[in-house]
Design a protein around this ligand. Structure first.
Ligand SMILES: Nc1ncnc2c1ncn2[C@@H]1O[C@H](COP(=O)(O)OP(=O)(O)O)[C@@H](O)[C@H]1O
Ligand SMILES: [Mg+2]
Length: 262
């Protein structure tokens, strides 16, 4: 199993839409066995896949229990090959518990739990909160790859250097195999000069940037209201086409495509 974290310190940049859509394309369309991990107390990825609840265990259990029963935490979704570990506000309490626990290391809890089910899945995607906290550090410690969605607005590049530094620190201290695959532009308004220039500025910076950007599409919002993955709601809309291209680029850049064909 290879693990991808989708992360940005900003909210509203399409972290959740990207995580859910890529997970859906990789599993339901491409046949990979995919585990989506919701690592944001808002639980938006869980809501998108219609699994948000307070009666089922989720990510908080991985943070607090020494040997969580993974079968009791992982849930099937309505889609072939796509399972989920959900999140809800319980994660706030769990993170406080972790920080008060001096007995066990705090930063490798998600990694240790995921290691135990690594043969059950090809790809794991972690949707993160817009924060650097014990949850996101755990996600980075558990990941092989990072992708950073960026939306072009006034403060688009805020926090990017802090995040890059955190990724670098995590690689040095905890997880030498962690790799920033790249940033990618989301909610791109075709024909708008600001978006074109913003993407160009991003490409001029020191971070890798994906060729593919995700166009702003009016189909995305209704898909979220209906809690349906975007490609299922609108198979041929610009966002669905772009996410398929981005997913191909992810498979190539990560080298996963070769892993599966071996
Ligand atoms: N390609 C897109 N076109 C139009 N709206 C989008 C697109 N991607 C995301 N959005 C909208 O942007 C908002 C934020 O997306 P979300 O994935 O929840 O961001 P984050 O997880 O980074 O906070 C949502 O309302 C979503 O509908
Ligand atoms: Mg989100």
């Amino acid at each position: 199993m290879k693990t991808l974290s989708i992360i940005n310190l900003k909210g509203g940049v399409a972290k959740t839409i990207s995580a859910v859509t890529m997970a859906y394309i990789l599993s339901a369309e491409k046949g990979y066995r995919v585990l989506l991990v919701d690592n944001d107390k808002q639980g938006n990825a869980s809501k998108m896949l219609d699994r948000h609840s307070y009666s089922h265990k989720g990510i908080e259990t991985l943070m607090t229990e020494r040997l969580p029963v993974m079968a009791a935490v992982i849930q099937h979704t309505d889609y072939d090959n796509l399972d989920i570990i959900t999140a809800n506000m319980e994660l706030i309490k769990a993170n406080l518990t972790v920080q008060l626990d001096q007995q066990r290391p705090q930063q490798n809890r998600i990694k240790k739990a995921l290691d135990r089910i690594q043969w059950n899945y090809d790809i794991c995607i972690i949707d993160n909160a817009p924060d650097i906290n014990i949850s996101t550090v755990n996600a980075l410690a558990a990941s092989d790859y990072v992708m950073i969605p960026v939306t072009i607005d006034d403060f688009a590049l805020d926090g990017l250097s802090e995040l890059a530094e955190q990724i670098e620190n995590t690689r040095e201290d905890l997880n030498p195999s962690l790799r920033l695959l790249g940033c990618f532009v989301t909610q791109y308004a075709t024909g708008e000069e600001a978006d074109r220039q913003g993407e160009e500025i991003l490409r001029g910076m020191e971070y890798p940037v994906f060729e593919t950007h995700i166009r702003r599409t009016e189909k995305v919002k209704p898909a979220t209201f209906l809690r349906v993955p975007v490609p299922l709601y609108s198979n041929r809309c610009a966002a669905s086409l772009d996410y398929r291209k981005l997913t191909e680029e992810f498979l190539e850049r990560s080298g996963i495509i070769n892993v599966k064909e071996e």
